[in-house]
Ligand binder design. Sequence first.
Ligand code: MOS
Length: 749
Amino acid sequence: MAGGARLIGTPVNRVDGRRKVTGAAQYSAEVMVPNMAHAVLVGSTVPSGRLVGIETTVAEHAPGVVLVLTHRNRGPLGPLPMGFQDPVGGGTVAESRPPLADTCMSYCGQYVAMVVAETLEQARHAASLVRVEYAPASFAVVMEDAPGPAYRPGQTFGQDLQVRRGDPEAALASAEVRLDVTYRTPSEHACAMEPHAAVAWWSGDALTVHDATQWVLGDRAVLASAFGLPPERVRVLAPFVGGMFGSKAETGAHVILTALAAKRLGRPVKTVLTRQQVLTNVGHRTETEQRFELGARRDGRLVAMRHHARTHTAMDDEFIEPVNFTSRMLYACPNYETTHELLRVNAVKPTSVRAPGETPATFALESAIDELACALGMDPIDLRRRNDPEAHPHTGKPFSSKHLLACYERGAARFGWARRTLAPGSMRDGDTLVGWGVATATYPALVMGATVRVRLERENSGVRATVLTAGSDAGTGMYTMLAMTAAEDLGLPIERITVELGDSDLPRCAVAGGSNLTASTAPAAAAACADIRRQLLDLASALPDALPLARGGVDDYLFADARISHPAAPSRAIGYADLLAGSGRPRLEAEAGTTPIFGQNDRYAFQSFGAHFVEVRITPDIGRTRVSRVVSVFDVGRVLNAKAARSQFIGGIVFGIGQALLEELVYDRVHGYPVNADLAGYLVPVHADVPDIEVSWIDEPDLNFNSVGCRGLGEIGITGVAAAIANAVYHATGVRVRDLPITPEKLLR
Ligand code: MOS
């Protein structure tokens, strides 16, 4: 058995923490290579129409300028793969239109030129000298203005979008209590702290790119195809990524153009998007409009649910925010229908943003359930208890491990829910209105697949283990999680583990998205470590009389403190270093992998859950809402690093506070440009907006999901938060806000 330090489930500091706080961890924008030139991109100032003239001569003659790329001189590019067909090695561009392809403009910010110069300042100055003339055309940048027609897509991420069961119309018509409400959420941007940035250089026909990406293999596939190279001639590096939340999964046009400019110039080129470009040219979460019709019995049992969703997509590309995956599974409801319509607008192609689908879906659904509870005069937790399914209502498969009601029980006790009075406006603190709300969090459990290699070799008088896989640590804690796993499973101190990530030359690993990477890599790392233990025992067994004979095999031995021993004779331990030295082998190596699971297998539905309890305090005269207390309890299988998990949950909840109260990418409907495309205008929560947040988890390993029992937890934290806040706002004020964000004027109507 592995008898290493008991680390799993405890709070462990980031193994990369020192490198990050000292600046030694290098992010893409910080990469410096000799003879590097700097690129600045020029974007369209019209949201629609044609580029009819572009004057670059002045820019070309500006000091330091070495190249100006436009559609006229961009030259050929190979095909660009589009779509998440293979989440390990597939790769997808952010937009199907190749960069600088033609004169057709479909959103403000769309790149029309790249200016490359000796210095960033020279490139920025020269970029300002590029003159572009447009023949603008009519446009719509928000869903409400979209001329349509709306259309109904069939599937996204392998699931149907137009779904029915039972007879929802008849059940609704005969329901004792009915509700028909529509919710809206605006465009929201991930706003990761690190801007998108790439540095590229060529050595002969081999391309190396440092990119801020959550998917080095995806980048590699796109670049190999764009430049007609075998994938092994492309190396993509992303050892550190400063946040992504979905915005760094698809390969952006700037990455391709950076590699193209480097090739043309025969020298390294760096491109760093400005914050404004991050907001205009990197996809955001779509607007959503969700109508819920609910029918229930007086006792609270749901009899009918209809969920009609509309989201927007780009003029040339389709992205579907999967808002109706949640409503089909969260409640037992025999009669159900969902539809999903898309409308095209002149904005950058939308993309995944933390818990794509579930985030806006849980706002609408969990608000609607609260409204139903109010209509029934029932406690909202009671209503959820009455409709809680043990099996996935649509597929009929039992959930592999579900503890949602336990989350509610524990959360209610910690929060003091029993002291809540039912009537809106009934809880006050002097002039301040106080409201308490709850909502369910949920996110599917996914594995997209990874191969993990573990290597054990001598170092000084001891040994060192190295864990290698291509996946990126986007700030989520992958380095630490894999170091903990290897330390525990090999019986080594964590200081003796090195983890190498974010390099396309390493063993294949899926995109760091969909909260899948822990469940994809931890079981693979554990299996590779088990293989190393077996190899160590083989070496030990070759030594005469070294260890008592195993009866049951490798699991009879103890692997701890870098030694193998047998419980029957603990004093006869053999050190790994001695075994390696005696064997004459420089190292032991093992690889293991995981295969994809997309939320279900043939036996189970795999889904994580949680319950948020929120207190808001509202100053009625000015309509100001403060979130004053949050208690959240999660059911995510086994938690590996308690410290990182707590931090991820809190980060998700903070993101949810932003969604509820602050965030909206506002498009100017006259000019077509997002007017708040920077961090001064696009509001996100700051410390003063974030109260004491208490998170905990039901620590039940999901061993039906994988050998480690972990389901991944990067995204679930945000889901349900906005509904819990909106429900608390209603409880405080009696005002039901159905369109986010909940700004003061909506409470002063
Ligand atoms: Mo995440 S939005 O699946 O990268």
